[in-house]
Design a protein around this ligand. Structure first.
Ligand code: HEC
Length: 149
């Protein structure tokens, strides 16, 4: 996924999602959506730095990478067998090929941890990191996410 596409996804996700994760029941669209919005918000913060819209801030980069890594780890838990009904954004392929879905989430988490271990020291490095991470977003969305807007 290109930086622009990630930024757009983040814009669509919007702000003000704090607290949604607490309210949403497990294995529902709302719970899944809340986790992805967290990932989208973190990615958006990094894209803003990469594009020079926000000043470089090591703490923001660190927190964003940590959020992506940790959220990607728990995301597949929201797709247990029997929870496929009523979520128009989640493709049935997730339940047909859970191994690939889990592997993609695990790879995003691992890639984010790897980048975190060598914290990108400037906006250009943040941009390069987002290209690596963004490929994970785009690949999984293409196969497993149904565009609803
Ligand atoms: C393992 C697969 C996978 C990966 C990796 C992944 N996503 Fe997603 N994403 C999904 C699925 C599935 C949905 C639809 C979830 C639902 O609503 O049930 C989604 C939905 C979203 C949404 C829409 C949330 C909403 O409801 O408004 C955003 C934003 C998003 N992803 C951003 C990202 C970003 C940014 C990355 C990379 C840093 C990423 N995703 C990586 C599978 C993935």
């Amino acid at each position: 996924m290109r930086l622009k596409a990630i930024a757009a996804a983040v814009l669509v996700a919007g702000l003000g999602v704090v607290g949604v994760a607490i309210a949403a029941e497990e294995g529902t669209h709302d719970a899944r959506s809340a986790l992805m919005k967290k990932v989208g918000g973190a990615a958006g913060a990094m894209v803003a730095i990469a594009k020079g819209e926000k000043p470089y801030d090591a703490e923001v980069v660190k927190a964003s990478l940590t959020t992506i890594s940790e959220t990607a780890k728990v995301f597949p838990d929201q797709f247990k067998p029997g929870t496929e009904k009523g979520d128009k954004a989640a493709s049935p392929k997730i339940w047909e090929d859970p191994a690939d879905f889990k592997a993609r989430a695990a790879k995003l988490s691992a890639d984010a941890s790897k980048v975190l271990a060598q914290l990108p020291p400037d906006p250009a490095a943040v941009g390069a990191a987002m290209k690596t991470l963004g490929a994970n977003c785009g690949g999984c969305h293409e196969k497993f996410r149904i565009k609803t807007d």
